[in-house]
Structure formats: structure tokens, C-alpha cells
Write a protein that binds this ligand. Sequence first.
Ligand SMILES: Cc1cc2nc3c(=O)[nH]c(=O)nc-3n(C[C@H](O)[C@H](O)[C@H](O)COP(=O)(O)OP(=O)(O)OC[C@H]3O[C@@H](n4cnc5c(N)ncnc54)[C@H](O)[C@@H]3O)c2cc1C
Length: 378
Amino acid sequence: MAPEPPDTVQAKRRRTAEFVDRVVVPAAGSIDREDRIPAAIVRELADERYFGLGIPTEWGGTGETARATVAVLEELARGSAAIAVLVAVHASVCAIPIVDWGTDLQKEQYLRSLARGERLGGFGLTEPGTGSDAAGLRTRYARESDGFVLRGAKMFISNAVSAGVVLVFATRDPALGHRGISAFLVPAGTPGFSVAQRLDKLGLRGSETTELVLDGVRLGPDALLGPEGDGLKVAFRGLAGGRVGIAACALGVAQAAFDAMRENVRRADANWKRSLLARAYADLLGARALVERAAGRKDRGLAYAADASVAKLVASRAAFSIANAGVDVAGEDGTRAGAAAERLLRDARVFPLVEGTTEIQELILARSLLGSGNEPTV
Ligand SMILES: Cc1cc2nc3c(=O)[nH]c(=O)nc-3n(C[C@H](O)[C@H](O)[C@H](O)COP(=O)(O)OP(=O)(O)OC[C@H]3O[C@@H](n4cnc5c(N)ncnc54)[C@H](O)[C@@H]3O)c2cc1C
């Protein structure tokens, strides 16, 4: 995709910032407290077309470049990390894999309704016993004359209570390793496909995180996304883009924590607080540069998976260290349940785990630096 002119990116950022200040910021505390994004806000997100983020206009989306996408996600996360993660997962690891790998029929079936927010999208790779080592997943599929049957369970799946479709990964035979894995589009309401539990989390509260059960889920032949056996390619390509988005979400939390810290330092100036503020600013700028670098490389059609890993690694670290310093600067008020500083710290703590842990980003980066190995790892 050709890079968008910087002023278009800025215009999208400004429009989103206005929406976030008006709609999202006032709701952030109750989203966290009640662990739920109100339906009225989901409708507003749909009306403002945020669910079309990055989906090409020919399929009903808003067609943003990666640079504009990260600007929008950062702004959404500045208001509420849960809302940003809802949009990021929906767009980057469900809708975009359909754009990248789908047949025209699959695109027609899913993309327009995803772009309108009539369906929300999920991504089902992680399992109760398998996270980082995705090639070791255990959910099985069998071929039948009229399609496929899936059996297994998925864990930590975002958006899945509300999702209209989940991109699910399953293996024909675990002994085949990554070559046995395929990707399937599983629409909500398919018999045998259900949410077993919704998980209560430290942070990103409001973002649904669930365990899914696939108990003899029958799918037609057109449920297969991409070639059979290429499931991990579908997953990893989606996750590379997804990590740029998650890095942008972490950056938004870092920005929110920085803004709050600056206000606190203004009110109660002290040298040690000034030092923390200056350090936070340096961390913020460094993280932003890396997020924009990864997005820029993606827009220019260059390899960007390692850049996505660095961006996620550094942005999630920056979010945590700025939010942590924010609690120090806020003093005892910052530690009270429900205080913004406390919520931002809990949200920041979860980013290193989402879409591949920090250690896995380090492995991907080291492999890229040493030019070795193509073994897929989340
Ligand atoms: C809020 C949230 C939302 C999520 N949403 C989704 C989603 O929508 N879809 C989805 O599929 N998954 C999702 N996940 C799952 C997430 O991607 C996994 O938690 C992550 O991949 C780690 O898997 P695990 O928890 O099983 O940890 P494990 O893989 O068991 O890892 C445990 C620890 O060991 C480390 N480790 C593992 N392997 C290595 C290695 N080879 N070298 C060094 N260290 C290693 C890890 O870094 C980690 O610290 C979500 C997780 C969270 C917390």
C-alpha cells in the first residue's frame, strides 16, 4: 500500500483524539470497573467506522495504511486500552488475514459485515496447554466428504463472547508439527462452538478474554482460510501485523500515563519528579519512533516482522515503566483502586503477554539479527 501523506495520518489522529476525549475517556474508569465495554460505545465505534480500520475500501472498510492505523489505535488506547485491543484484534488478526488469504466468496461473506461492526472478529491460536509453541497446538480437524470437523479448546481468546467469527487454528495430526496446521473461519452460532468461560484479568479489563470449546464443530469446505497446511503462515503473518497494532495500543497507554504524570508534576513540582518525567518522555519518544518505523516499513512493502517485534517489545516496556513511574509521582492517590494511574499500570502489565510474550519477541529478533532459522514461533 502506498504511504499516506503525513497530513492524512494527522487528520485521522485528530478525528480519533476528538472522539476519544468525548466518548472514550469519560467511560474508561467504568469499563475497567465493570469489565465490560457498553454496547452503546461499541455502536458508536461502528458508527464512526473504527471496525473498518485497515480493511480495503472495496470491501467496505476505511482502507487506512499501517501508519494511519497505528495513529488511530494509539489514540483509542490513550482513552481505553480495552477499546483499542477490541479494535486491534478484530481488524489486524481477523479481518486482515481474510483480506490477505480469503477467496472472493470469503471476503464477500465476512469483510463487509466486519467493517460495519455487525460482526466482531476473533483469533483463536492459543490453547489451554499451548501458547508460545503454537506448532504444538492440539485442537484437531478431520476432513469429511462435505467439509471439516473441529474438536478441541482455545484459551485467552479476545473478543470471543461478542465475536461473529473467530479465525481458529487446528491440526490434522499433531505429529505433523507446523505442516499439519490449517486455519478455519468459524462463525458464531455454529453448533458445538461455545464460550466455556470468560476470564477475569489484572488489566485490559473490558476486553473479553475467553476459553472456547470446539466440540464436533462441522464446517463447510469454504471455511478453510488459505491453503490446507499453511495455517501457521496465516497465523504468523497476521501476528506480525497484529504486533504493530498491539505496540500502538501500548504506546497509547504510555501516552496516557505520561500526560497524567506531567499534570501531577505541574501541580507538585519536585526534582525527583522532573527526572521521572524526563525519563518517561525519552521512553515515549523511543517507543513511538519504533512503532512508526514498523508501520512505515509495512506500508512500503518491506520486511517488517522483526521491526514489529522490537516495536512491541519496547512499547510494552515503555508503557509499564511510564505507568509505574506515574504511580510514584501520583503518590498514595495513584495506588487507590480506580485511580487512573493504577488502572494504567494494570493495563500496561498485560501488553508484554498479548500476541506473543516479550521473550518470544526477543527470540524472533535474535533470529532475524543472526539471519538464522525459519522455525515458526508466535
Ligand atoms: C489479555 C490477553 C489476550 C490474549 N488474546 C489472545 C487471542 O485473542 N488469541 C490468541 O490466540 N491468544 C491470545 N492470548 C494469548 C497470548 O498470546 C499467550 O498468552 C502468549 O502467547 C503466551 O502463551 P502462554 O500464556 O501459554 O505462555 P507460555 O507459552 O506457557 O509461556 C510461559 C512463559 O515462558 C516463556 N517462554 C515460552 N517459550 C519460551 C522460549 N522458547 N524461550 C524463552 N521463553 C519462553 C514465555 O515468554 C512466558 O514468559 C492473549 C493473552 C492475554 C494475556
